[in-house]
Every structure is written in structure tokens, then in C-alpha cells.
Design a protein around this ligand. Sequence first.
Ligand code: MD3
Ligand code: FE
Length: 181
Amino acid sequence: MVHAVHGVAAQAPFRRLVTPGGLRMSVAMTNCGRLGWVSDRSGYRYDPIDPESGQAWPAMPALLRDLARDAAAAAGYAGFAPDACLINRYAPGTRLSLHQDKDEGNYAHPIVSVSLGVSALFLWGGAQRGDRARRIPLAHGDVVVWGGPARLRFHGVLPLPEASHSLTGALRINLTFRKAG
Ligand code: MD3
Ligand code: FE
């Protein structure tokens, strides 16, 4: 999977996007699949075109697509066919503030996440931004299917610690598979 991520990034390099509020995100992102998640001054959206290259996003490697499909099926979501894979890259100190994933067309579809490399502490909140969040470690190889009532809960990632993993060095990579369109 790490090799597949490198292949995607060779065609669509990791970049730090700007939020609608004008702040640069600390997480670096890229995408594969028919649709990619992008943010700029005009908002958040799924776009079939990589704004950096003006080209379609790289195809979703079958290895990644099949893993997401099988994980979803094992959690009770048979037939999950993701059309978007957002790939987040964390360097030491990188964090992702508390948010909901609300840019997809149909919240009945789950999101499948795969964590690679350095472990991070995931923040698992509630339905309301102010709800107390649990801290859950996400380690290399962890696969989680977020569906049903979990789908719209607030979540985030604490700053990545300085650590090293044999496959990614100081980095953490997180893939999220979505049915966005
Ligand atoms: C719970 N990514 O890409 S993965 C994201 O580690 C995102 O990069 C984090 O939040 C990361 O939007 C967390 C776990 C995750 C992903 C999506 C979810 C948990 C989720 C969507 C809904 C609920
Ligand atoms: Fe999220």
C-alpha cells in the first residue's frame, strides 16, 4: 500500500491546501480515484480534476480499492464502491482539527480509513463540536469503517509525535475511501 501511495504521489504530488478562511492546512493531501477532495478560497468540494495539474486524478489502484471494498463488506456494507480516495500525509507536529466529513453526497455510505506509518492519536468526538472527545491510537495497518451513526461524528488528529517507522520514516499516511459522487 505504501508503494501504491508513492505511485499516486508521483502523478499528483502531496500539497497543503488552503481553507476557505485562507489558512494553509498543516496536513499535505493528494487523491486518487474519479473524484478528489479539494479546498480553496471558494470552499470545499470533490473535483474530477486535480487543480494543480489540470488533469484527472490518478486511477485508484486495485489493491487499495479492493481492500476498502473488503473492509466495508466485513463491517456490513456489502457493495461499497469508492470513487474517491483522499490521502493525508502527516509530518511531525502536523494535526487535523476537529471536523465533520459532510462534502459527500450520501451519508448512508461508510468511509473506510487505513493508517500507515507513524502512529497518531485520533480524536473521536460526538455529534456536537463541544462533545468530549476520546483519544484513540491509530497505528500502522489499522483499518476502520465509519458508518451509521458514527458517520457524522466530529473527529480530528492530535499533532504527530516525532517517531520513525521502517516504511515511512517520520511520516504518517492516512487513506480515506469514500463514495463522494
Ligand atoms: C469518522 N482523516 O480525511 S481517519 C479525513 O487520520 C480525516 O487523516 C483523519 O478525518 C486522518 O477526513 C482520520 C479516520 C476517520 C476518517 C473519516 C471519518 C474517521 C471518520 C469520517 C466520519 C467519521
Ligand atoms: Fe474527516
